[in-house]
Design a protein around this ligand. Structure first.
Ligand code: B1M
Length: 216
């Protein structure tokens, strides 16, 4: 197989042996981020489709996720870094309560960290109380929530309502992302109920440009 297809195959099959050599070969031809965005994420997309249609079982999805994570970890040191280390602002990042998906969140972490933001990544399955506590403790400038389950979109709505209720909505602009969300849900439904600033980020790069806008 050609290199690109082989890398995608590794994600789909959860095959780690020889992964580094293939990633090295890919790095010789293009930047680390392009490998993630154009090749590896396409593999994860196929995994999602196979799982969704019942052609792939959960333990194999987990193996694919592990190869994806290992690939990102291997590529990360090769990514371009801005000079203003952490100086642009601080964001608390979490996957919401009840949701374990963290590959997207961790990509957002990498992209923001490499582009001048300090990221306090508090992990998966985080309640709104834990998120707000972290934002308070680290004097965050913004809060980012990720969630991939349809259920998580409901949790995000409840989280914003809770922030309204606690009177902290105006304190932290909120960035939301994850596969189950839509722009319309965030920009129409959630904005209508939330008294602070809330934005939808389709991917990690939109997350970065939104942070640049929010912090300007
Ligand atoms: Co799960 N899973 N999964 N899964 N999984 C999905 C999400 C699903 C769509 C698969 C499917 O059915 N086709 C489906 C959800 C369906 C629904 O809710 N209607 C699903 C399901 C059902 C489940 C379980 C319930 C399965 C079960 O137990 N029966 C279970 C849930 C457990 C739980 O959370 N409580 C489960 C478990 C798992 C694994 C553990 C096996 C594994 C996760 C491993 C891990 O993350 N550590 C897994 C995986 C890998 C997937 C799929 C296949 C791939 C997700 C992924 O990593 N994509 C996924 C299929 C899919 O998404 N289509 C699926 C790559 C990643 C880079 O994309 O996270 O979307 P994503 O991030 C993007 C953007 O969304 C955005 O930026 C990234 C790109 O730049 N983004 C942000 C994300 N967060 C952001 C935050 C921002 C800004 C941008 O600012 C704050």
């Amino acid at each position: 197989l050609p290199l690109d297809e082989r890398l995608q195959r590794r994600i789909i099959d959860g095959e780690r042996t020889g992964l580094e050599a293939d990633l090295d070969a890919a790095l010789a031809t293009r930047p680390a981020l392009a490998i993630i965005n154009d090749t590896l994420l396409a593999g994860m997309k196929t995994v999602g489709e196979l799982f969704g249609s019942g052609q792939m079982q959960l333990p194999f999805v987990l193996q694919s996720a592990e190869v994806m994570k290992a690939s990102v970890a291997y590529l990360e040191p090769h990514m371009e870094k801005a000079d203003d280390d952490g100086g642009k602002g601080r964001i608390v990042l979490a996957t919401v309560k009840g949701d374990v998906h963290d590959i997207g969140k961790n990509l957002v972490d990498i992209i923001l960290s490499n582009n001048g933001y300090e990221v306090v990544n508090i992990g998966i399955k985080q309640s709104i109380s834990a998120i707000l506590e972290a934002a308070e403790e680290h004097a965050a400038d913004a809060i980012g929530m990720s969630g991939l389950l349809v259920k998580s979109t409901v949790v995000m709505k409840e989280n914003l309502e809770e922030m309204n209720q606690r009177g902290v909505a105006r304190r932290w602009p909120v960035l939301l992302g994850g596969a189950a969300l839509t722009r319309a849900f965030v920009e129409d439904d959630l904005r209508a109920l939330y008294s602070g600033e809330v934005h939808y980020a389709r991917d990690a790069f939109e997350g970065l440009s939104l942070m640049d806008r929010v912090m300007a």
